[in-house]
Design a protein around this ligand. Structure first.
Ligand SMILES: CC(C)(COP(=O)(O)OP(=O)(O)OC[C@H]1O[C@@H](n2cnc3c(N)ncnc32)[C@H](O)[C@@H]1OP(=O)(O)O)[C@@H](O)C(=O)NCCC(=O)NCCS
Length: 189
């Protein structure tokens, strides 16, 4: 299967966003708190415009087999915020998606490898992304291309914990010591 990767331009907007909508919907099911609404999609449409129009540095990529769009990737600078960062040129990996029927055939590897080469050519040193732990394909594909974890997002279920505290079934020693359930390392002695 011949996969062709290209950098998206303004004319690809509709096709790109149609597939990005599928990405958002699938992520909503995985557990992303980003609602796959028209408003959310419009935000990514604005990012796409900023990247393809050169207002922000960024890289929307398309993967095609023949004429068919089979995958997309969106990496780029986050919109400027009210804070200073040490890594001003670090890009955000907003996501990447392969059409379900074409998964497991190297589409995503081709997209990410092209993205790495494109960004290296313009001096970008890092992209920062996140993946849900209940998304094994997402985790595996990230690992396979070389992502290394640097932080852990963790959710605390306030209601469950508060209820347990009120009932006195959670104490300092409730959670067994040993390997850290978050980072997997041995706890400091
Ligand atoms: C994750 C996703 C992008 C992978 O796309 P894909 O085109 O099927 O991936 P590829 O065939 O290029 O595989 C790339 C690597 O991912 C891993 N991988 C992909 N699917 C896998 C699976 N079902 N089980 C285990 N590993 C898998 C493999 O390790 C592969 O590495 P290899 O090239 O050394 O064999 C695709 O499943 C998808 O679109 N998922 C929904 C959106 C998503 O989760 N995006 C990523 C998080 S932002």
């Amino acid at each position: 299967m011949e996969v062709e990767i290209s950098v998206a331009g303004p004319a690809d907007r509709e096709e790109f966003l149609e597939m990005w909508g599928q990405f958002l919907l699938e992520h909503e099911k995985i557990g992303d708190d980003l609602r796959a609404s028209d408003r959310t999609l419009a935000y990514f449409g604005a990012l796409f415009d900023a990247y393809t129009g050169g207002i922000l540095g960024g890289l929307p990529l398309l993967a095609r087999v023949g004429q068919d769009l089979v995958g997309v990737l969106l990496w780029g600078a986050p919109p400027p915020g009210p804070v200073d960062r040490l890594k001003e040129d670090r890009m955000t990996s907003w996501g990447t998606f392969t059409a379900p029927a074409l998964r497991g055939h190297g589409v995503n590897r081709a997209l990410r490898q092209r993205a790495v080469l494109e960004l290296d050519a313009v001096g970008i040193e890092e992209v920062l992304g996140c993946v849900f732990v209940n998304n094994p394909e997402g985790c595996e594909s990230g690992r396979a291309i070389g992502y290394v974890p640097i932080s852990i997002n963790a959710v605390l279920d306030i209601h469950t914990e508060a209820e347990a505290l009120r009932q006195g079934v959670r104490g300092k020693k409730f959670y067994p010591r040993g390997l850290c359930p978050l980072c997997g390392r041995d706890e400091p002695k």
